[in-house]
Write a protein that binds this ligand. Structure first.
Ligand SMILES: C[S@@+](CC[C@H](N)C(=O)[O-])C[C@H]1O[C@@H](n2cnc3c(N)ncnc32)[C@H](O)[C@@H]1O
Length: 241
């Protein structure tokens, strides 16, 4: 199973697939979740925006000069800059066990000198520890009016089951799913940590996936609006204004 991280840190064969595996539904997703705001002239930070996939949607009305992308993968930032020269791509060299194991631990979110109208993060806190999500969301709130980010509920549409079944025999899947959980993290598709961020310093951590139930997120962010997935996607949305 090819995941985003393999396209950047995987084998040469996996990296060669990068141009074929492009998801361009992120703009439509946030546009719907946020009630179709007028994006024109609004300054948008795409946190963990990779190579600017949000801009690929032809319906995207965010002006390139108003778009800022921060990501921990230097190569993705470079590709984004090549593709969208009028947009702003900034490398955020923060440690992430999966996407940037050579990065700097606990590096604060840089101040770009911009007050953002929208800060969006699609499938980013699905790959950081719980502690990091809390810390980074608090930092992001200093930089923008609306912060909207996705999360994956393990129970919604069998989200967690789907991933476990890709990597584990059926009897193990049933055993893993039998545990009560509010949230969990999954390392390399096989090591499941229930209500824990697990071993994030794990040397061979290629994939790191985190799941939160809707109830757990409501308790963590009591002032947030939590929206169910839209457009047939698997991710919920947490909106803070
Ligand atoms: C699954 S990809 C999603 C990329 C992009 N949002 C999209 O939808 O195309 C997760 C992204 O989050 C980035 N990322 C992980 N940890 C991060 C962090 N602490 N700060 C910023 N970006 C991070 C990764 O480098 C990767 O590009």
């Amino acid at each position: 199973m090819i995941e985003e991280v393999h396209l950047w840190r995987g084998t040469p064969e996996q990296q060669a697939l990068r141009s074929q595996f492009v998801k361009a539904t992120q703009f439509a997703y946030f546009d719907k979740q946020l009630g179709h705001p007028n994006w024109r002239g609004k300054r948008v930070l795409d946190f963990g925006g990779n190579k600017g996939n949000l801009l690929l949607d032809p319906a995207c009305t965010i002006r390139h000069q108003d778009y800022y992308c921060l990501d921990v993968i230097g190569e993705a930032i470079e590709e984004g800059h090549q593709t969208f020269p009028d947009a702003n791509f900034i490398h955020y060299d923060r440690y992430n066990c999966s996407f940037n194991p050579e990065g700097v631990r606990e590096l604060p979110v840089p101040d770009l000198g911009v007050e953002f109208d929208f800060i969006l993060a699609y499938s980013v806190f699905t790959h950081t520890t719980f502690e990091e999500m809390k810390e980074l969301v608090a930092q992001l709130r200093q930089h923008g009016r609306t912060v909207a980010f996705t999360f994956i509920d393990p129970q919604w549409n069998g989200n967690l089951r789907w991933r476990l079944e890709k990597h584990n025999p059926q009897d193990r899947v049933e055993t893993l799913l039998s545990r009560e959980m509010q949230w969990c993290s999954l390392v390399n598709g096989t090591e499941l940590y229930v209500n824990s961020s697990g071993v994030f310093d794990f040397q061979d951590c290629m994939t790191y996936n985190v799941y939160y139930t809707e109830d757990f997120m409501r308790a963590q962010f009591p002032n947030a609006t939590i929206e169910k997935p839209v457009n047939g996607e698997m991710q919920h949305c947490c909106e803070l204004t």
